[in-house]
Design a protein around this ligand. Structure first.
Ligand code: S3P
Length: 435
């Protein structure tokens, strides 16, 4: 699908961003092994989370989705405990979703049956050794293509033992895989990561009664003495989806957007701090707790941005937002350096390479230097024909660039946005004033 975008005269309105993708996955997977039914209000019905739900159904879990009164969806899911999972009759398909594949691999490593998990071309080229190695240390039998580094993954579930693992990468998917394996292991699991990655799994596990403590920067998990208690919750709005509108508003000369119910978990909200440092006009209000997570409304208006330096732990807090940060930095005054973005090459696409390639078409002065993005601000984008390369976050970041470009921008492969943000293009139409 191709989308054509031209810059509107004004950008205004109120947006309810879609439910958080990371939290939706976890609410489904953890409730699938809990001891009874739970209702997950405002569940994200997008391709990635539907992949998780389809895999869970193949593993014998019953669930249903129902539209709720505010146009969102509620998931009812009935866990029958860990022992309620059964061998799938077919290969499990995680689609485009790394979270689905890695979390399920950790869970299934300890279940006494055979599982095979595959995914689309993108997912089958993403690194799996980061979970295969530690799971094997726990005693798991996990195999993959290319010396066990790539999916499909073949898992012969068996009894696991707890280990102490110091992860070389700050990855919530690796952490969650090991915690799911650790719940079923003999003995405690200790997990350390170089920088704290998103902590939704920990929050939810604690709320469901798991024995999980934080000790000297490490997580210490006790094996389950009894099944997790079901957890009904409301999923907050996805900060990673809100990010596109924050940048669009900051860059557009006449913008006033209000984003409602946005999750502001501090392990995720790094872009908010960086945009503020760049000079963006963003006001946070109505701070509250929803589903065990901090949530607020955000009002973003036109601003004048200046370049910024981002590196180390700060990058982990905004890793999924780097594409749209690159758009912001390209139109900021001065130079921006975003260092330590090596992990960005391992996402749904090599986002470092493709960002440089696509944003340059629009006139951005952006380059890669090792694992850094170097961006010299310019005063305008020129509309161009761009490609999402099947990557949802690239599709939407390029759309934001198109919203502030001179002339028409064409985005090929625009449907990629459905992976995390169904309805993105309709929302874009609804906030555009007359062009
Ligand atoms: C996610 C973790 C992050 C993030 C991804 C979603 C999750 O990946 O980039 O979009 O839901 O756990 P890594 O765990 O690979 O860092």
């Amino acid at each position: 699908m191709e989308k054509r975008i031209s810059s509107p005269r004004r950008l205004s309105g109120s947006i309810t961003v879609p439910p958080d993708k990371s939290i939706s996955h976890r609410a489904a997977v953890l409730n699938a092994i809990a001891s009874g039914p739970a209702v997950v209000e405002n569940f994200l019905v997008a391709e990635d989370c539907l992949s998780t739900l389809a895999c869970l159904r193949s593993l014998g879990v019953s669930w249903s989705l129902r539209e709720n009164h505010d146009g969102g969806s509620d998931l009812t899911i009935t866990g029958r405990g860990l022992a309620g999972l059964s061998e799938s009759a077919d290969v499990l398909d995680a689609g485009n979703s790394g979270t689905t594949m890695r979390l399920l691999a950790g869970l299934l490593a300890g279940r006494p049956f055979l599982s095979i998990i595959t995914g689309d071309d993108s997912l089958r080229s993403r690194p799996m050794a980061r979970i295969v190695e530690p799971l094997r240390q726990m005693g798991a039998q996990v195999y993959g293509r290319d010396s066990d580094t790539l999916a499909p993954l073949v898992i012969m579930g068996r009894r696991l033992r707890g280990i102490r693992y110091r992860s070389p990468v700050a990855s919530a998917q690796v952490k969650s895989a090991l915690l799911l394996a650790g719940l079923q292991a003999e003995g405690e699991t200790l997990y350390e990561e170089p920088v704290r990655s998103r902590d939704h799994t920990e929050r939810m596990l604690r709320a469901m009664g798991a024995g999980l403590r934080e000790e000297n920067n490490a997580l210490r998990l006790s094996p389950l003495a009894k099944d997790l208690a079901p957890l009904s919750l409301r999923v907050p709005g996805d900060f990673s989806a809100a990010a596109f509108w924050l940048v669009a508003a900051a860059l557009h000369p006449d913008a006033d957007l209000t984003l409602r119910g946005v999750g502001l978990n501090p392990t995720r909200s790094g872009l908010l701090d960086v945009l503020k440092e760049m000079g963006a006009d963003i006001v946070v209000s109505e701070e509250r707790i929803v589903g065990g997570e901090p949530v607020a409304d955000l009002r973003a208006r036109s601003g004048k941005l200046r370049g910024v330096e981002v590196d180390g732990p700060a990058v982990v807090r905004l890793i999924d937002e780097v594409p749209v940060l690159a758009v912001a930095a390209s139109l900021a005054e001065g130079r921006t350096m975003v260092r330590d973005v090596g992990e960005l090459r391992l996402k749904e696409s090599d986002r470092v390479k493709l960002l440089v390639h696509e944003l340059r078409r629009m006139g951005a002065r952006i380059d890669e230097e090792g694992d850094a993005l170097v961006i010299e601000g310019t005063d305008r984008f020129t509309g161009a024909v761009c490609d999402s390369h099947g990557d949802h976050r690239l599709a939407m970041a390029l759309a934001v660039a198109g919203v502030v470009a001179e002339g028409e921008t064409v985005i090929r492969g625009a449907e990629a946005s459905d992976v995390s943000y169904p309805g993105f293009w309709q929302v874009l139409d609804s906030v555009k004033g007359t062009s």
